[in-house]
Design a binder for this molecule. Sequence first.
Ligand code: GDD
Ligand code: MG
Length: 334
Amino acid sequence: MHAVVLVGGFGTRLRPLTLATPKPLLPIANLPLLERLMASLARGGVTNAVLSLGFKPEPFLRAFPSNSCAGVKLTYAVEDRPLDTAGAIGFAARHAGIHKRGETFLVANGDVLTDLDVSGLVAFHKSTKAQATIHLTPVEDSSQYGVVETDSQGRVLRFVEKPSPGQTTSRNVNGGTYIFESSALDRMPGVAPMSIERETFPEIVKEGQLFGFATNDYWIDAGRPDSYVRANIDLLQRKSIHKVEAICSDSQIAKSATITQSVVGRGCKVGENAQILGSVLLEGATIDDNAIVINSAVMGHIGSFAQVNDCLIGVDGEVRSGAVLRDAKVPDAS
Ligand code: GDD
Ligand code: MG
């Protein structure tokens, strides 16, 4: 099966990390998110994927020099301006010749990690003869997602992207993995910006051709500061089913440092008595003596006796000695 994987967004919410590395290439427990996503698509029968790119295509080309990722053969469709989700799908699918093959294909948001069995989603899609099927997942606060209401058979009755309070009571949201018949591409010409969530899905709903398939599998959108850190820490608990190197062997960690429920990337340095808790140190991060890092992701440098809590520190980020930061982005990337 062919897949379109959407990786062309700006990753705004994860700045400043994404100023250095596009969101899908950020590591989750020391393996690029995209590699974990591709491995799960491959298990479900995906053999070929077109990466739908816009912002910063070069790092992707460099990351997969053999044009293969987790055994999936890659091609690249680079937009010359952001086409939004449906525009991007239409453009990339044509680029990869999917429209001509007339086959069922898959689309995935490039920032989702899930244990969904993709072959089960495909089987459900075929059983309903729908034009499109969305994977649904339950969440506590649905306001940041596309909320989906279905009937008891799974037919979608309503799709509301990022609803305002009171607009819907459903807790099932769009999980960002879709199965489409190629006929759906007629709705997505791929020549101008168009949103799958705000335009295409509501249109297919009107024709009764959109279904939802809800599962309780592990699922997270790693595209926000808290969820990016959480996706990393969650994997430490899910070691039995996923390849995880929590602490890279070439990192230098002082004997008196404590690393608790955290991930340490290649070449990181952690000084004497430093404490790292529920955090992600990305490749090359340096944490000086006696610094404390809690619930944060760090690419740059934390000075001695500094304390950072719920922070994102970019590759050029410098937290000076003794500073106390909470909910901050360094450098400020807003
Ligand atoms: N090629 C391309 N071009 N890709 C894009 C563009 C574009 O113009 N805009 C966004 N993308 C990609 C992003 O890189 C990301 O992989 C995916 O489309 C979704 O964009 P996000 O910015 O991550 O959207 P979201 O998380 O706010 O909401 C989406 O995902 C939720 C589930 O995680 C929506 O699909 C929601 O309905 C859904 O619930
Ligand atoms: Mg997202």
